[in-house]
Design a binder for this molecule. Structure first.
Ligand code: SF4
Ligand code: MG
Length: 329
């Protein structure tokens, strides 16, 4: 059952007088109820932008986003309030996303206050319950964010998101700022909460190591485009897009024998600017398998195996025929 549909969404930002940053450029994917969809890519690939566009912190420049079957663009009044409750966000930096002058209780209860869901003793009880749910306790309620460690602060951020009983949580690099030893704890907490509450997650991350552990499916972004999307195991075992192959080759493997055998794919150059992205395939300036057609035509976003999507000319018969034809000329 689809809970979220992202159809041909673009988010462009005007910069200066006549420059446009194409942060997100024609992205389509669905999220199913109760799953975790991981979204990975280097910084600047547009993954945070798509997250913020989905939760309506940004308007779409083009395309459509549907949540539970309804377009989110024109939500108003009661429907908008409901949407603002049902979809919540957890941020990357627990330090910056918690108001330093508010007590933990007031931070967690913010959504309850906004939506008029609980007051007085009931509010207090709800806060205590939420603190326990995320592995903290009642004594923490009247303290301030600076008194907590990074991992604890992220737990507070999670409690704040949970307060209004959301269905869908966008987690924008929720563990990137945490020590490696703490990352697994926060991910395990998120997994437990998902099982208990039937939550759906969009989990944004910049590398593929932790994301596999939490995600049912993974989408890979590059320079404003979604380039591959598949079941997590399938993506790890049979990556199709050359960019995914390169990202995966950088994920450490615990087994030293396998690690030794492996070839790391080092990409040349830097990610080009989203103001003036390369023509055709945006990855072509760094792609080890680039062909002539890659500069001329934008590869289509295609389901090349059941539930395995990729945008690359290597998997499009028509493109390969054209490429062959050009070579023989
Ligand atoms: Fe590489 Fe061409 Fe595929 Fe782009 S379309 S990833 S440049 S082979
Ligand atoms: Mg980001």
């Amino acid at each position: 059952e689809k809970i979220l549909e992202v159809n041909h969404v673009k988010k462009h930002f005007k910069m200066g007088r006549n420059q446009v940053v194409k942060a997100v450029d024609n992205i389509s994917f669905d999220v199913y109820k109760g799953e975790t969809l991981g979204l990975v890519g280097e910084s600047g690939c547009g993954k945070s932008t798509i997250g913020r566009t989905i939760i309506r912190l940004y308007d779409t420049t083009d395309g459509e986003i549907r949540f539970k079957g309804e377009s989110t663009r024109n939500l108003k009044g009661k429907d908008l309030k409901k949407f603002n409750r049902e979809m919540q966000m957890i941020f990357q930096d627990p330090y910056a996303s918690l108001n330093p002058r508010m007590t933990v209780a007031d931070i967690i209860a913010e959504g309850l206050d906004i939506h008029g869901l609980a007051q007085g003793e009931e509010r207090r009880q709800k806060v205590t319950e939420l603190l326990k749910t995320v592995g903290l306790n009642e004594e923490h309620a009247d303290r301030f964010p600076h008194e907590f460690s990074g991992g604890q602060r992220q737990r507070i951020g999670i409690a704040r998101a949970l307060a209004v009983d959301p269905e869908f949580i966008i987690a924008d690099e929720p563990i990137s700022a945490l020590d490696v030893s703490i990352q697994a704890q926060v991910v395990n907490l998120m997994k437990k909460l998902q099982r208990e509450k039937g939550l759906t997650y969009l989990f944004i991350a910049h590398d593929l190591s932790m994301v596999k552990y939490i995600s049912d499916r993974i989408g890979v972004m590059y320079l404003g485009n979604l380039v591959e999307l598949a079941d997590s195991q399938e993506l790890y075992d049979h990556p199709l897009h050359p960019y995914t192959e390169a990202l995966l080759s950088a994920v450490p493997i615990p087994d030293p024998d396998v690690e030794k055998e492996r070839e790391r794919i080092i990409l040349k150059g830097d990610v080009p600017s989203p103001i003036n992205p390369p023509s055709g395939c945006r990855f072509r300036t760094r792609c080890p398998k680039v062909m002539d057609i890659c500069a001329k035509e934008t590869p289509k976003w295609q389901e090349v195996k059941p539930m395995h999507w990729v945008a690359c000319h290597l998997y499009q018969e028509e493109s390969l025929k054209k490429e062959e034809g050009n070579k023989n000329k």
